[in-house]
Design a binder for this molecule. Structure first.
Ligand SMILES: C[S@@+](CC[C@H](N)C(=O)[O-])C[C@H]1O[C@@H](n2cnc3c(N)ncnc32)[C@H](O)[C@@H]1O
Length: 312
């Protein structure tokens, strides 16, 4: 859906009233989207964020040819307003989020994101801070683990899995992924094992979202990003999880709503929408895109344009 993201952002980045527009890639990863932005919009300056230092190192090499058009910053994306203030660019013309984990993170076995290889249960996108997945599994109260597996993994067998985890962690704390994968497989009923791919997939997703505080960070980050857009600026967000997409939808819908009390003959400016929606609902990947890249299957794209300053 890269081309669609570029198309959504294009009018704001090709606007002649901004000879040097600034576009922010909040999820730099391996730099594929950033590179496409720099190529598609030759007058634009890029600010790109990632909380993963390894991603910054690799994409730094990839984007080196763009020189000082690209500024890469180690930051969590809810820090965007501070990052922009430090760089002296309080408002920007374009913002892109491509949420979730990168293929590099999934493919690097020793980071513990993948259930297919045995590795330390870590899953932190930024390994210099916070607690890893093993500590979550070994220390959280059972009720909290059930909530996480249900909410973040949509795991119907959460109670069954958590009972097995609690029983096993009392014998010996968890440290590696293979033991957890085996335990999940053994604790599920036959029928549950036959559906939905690897039975550990949902638990791993849930642990990853918890370890990285993904939803709470996003809840702060999307409104902060909208607030950082100049009037006319555009934002595109690619989500891979229904809870992420719901958060984005809510922030965009609130921004696009008229908040005037009912019955006012003329709606004062402060109640008028400050966003215009650029996508009808969420846009999905095409069949060809999914055939080419299975990881794109759950993607949901939403876009919005800032049409007014904040006056409320
Ligand atoms: C799906 S990848 C982005 C891939 C990228 N668009 C590309 O073309 O390579 C998501 C990236 O966002 C980063 N990330 C996830 N949550 C983040 C957060 N809260 N703050 C900053 N970066 C984050 C991850 O470390 C990962 O590198």
């Amino acid at each position: 859906m890269l081309q669609r993201c570029l198309d959504l952002l294009a009018p704001a980045l090709q606007d002649s009233t901004h000879p040097e527009p600034v576009v922010v890639d909040c999820t730099l990863g391996l730099g594929g989207h950033s590179e496409a932005l720099l190529e598609a919009f030759p007058t634009a300056r890029l600010v790109a964020l990632d909380r993963d230092k390894e991603a910054l190192r690799l994409s730094g090499e990839r984007l080196a040819r763009f020189g000082d058009r690209a500024t890469l910053v180690h930051a969590v994306y809810d820090e965007l307003p501070d990052v922009l203030a430090r760089l002296g660019v309080p408002k920007v013309q374009g913002i892109l989020f491509d949420l979730g984990v990168s293929s590099m993170q999934l493919d690097e076995a020793d980071r513990g994101f993948a259930y297919a290889q045995d590795a330390p249960l870590d899953m932190r996108m930024d390994q210099s801070t916070g607690i890893g997945a093993a500590e979550v599994l070994n220390t959280y109260p059972p009720g909290e683990l059930v909530r996480i597996l249900r909410a973040y993994g949509e795991e119907k067998q959460a109670k069954r899995i958590v009972s097995a985890v609690v029983r096993e962690r009392e014998k010996e704390p968890f440290s590696n992924s293979a033991r957890l994968v085996e335990l999940i497989r053994d604790s599920l009923p036959q029928a549950a094992k036959r559906t939905g791919g690897n039975p550990a997939k949902r638990t791993f997703q849930a642990l990853r979202i918890e370890v990285n505080g993904e939803l709470s960070v996003l809840e702060q980050a999307i409104p902060a990003a909208v607030a950082s857009l100049a009037v006319g600026g555009r934002i595109a967000v690619l989500s891979y999880h229904s809870l992420e997409d719901r958060l984005v939808k809510q922030v965009f819908a609130a921004g696009a709503a008229n908040t005037a009390p009912p019955g006012l003959p003329v709606v004062p400016e402060r109640y008028q929408p400050r966003l215009k929606l650029l996508t009808r609902g969420a846009e999905l990947p095409t069949e060809e895109e999914v055939a080419e890249n299975r990881r794109a299957a759950p993607a949901r794209l939403r876009g919005a344009q800032r049409i007014r300053e904040d006056e409320r």
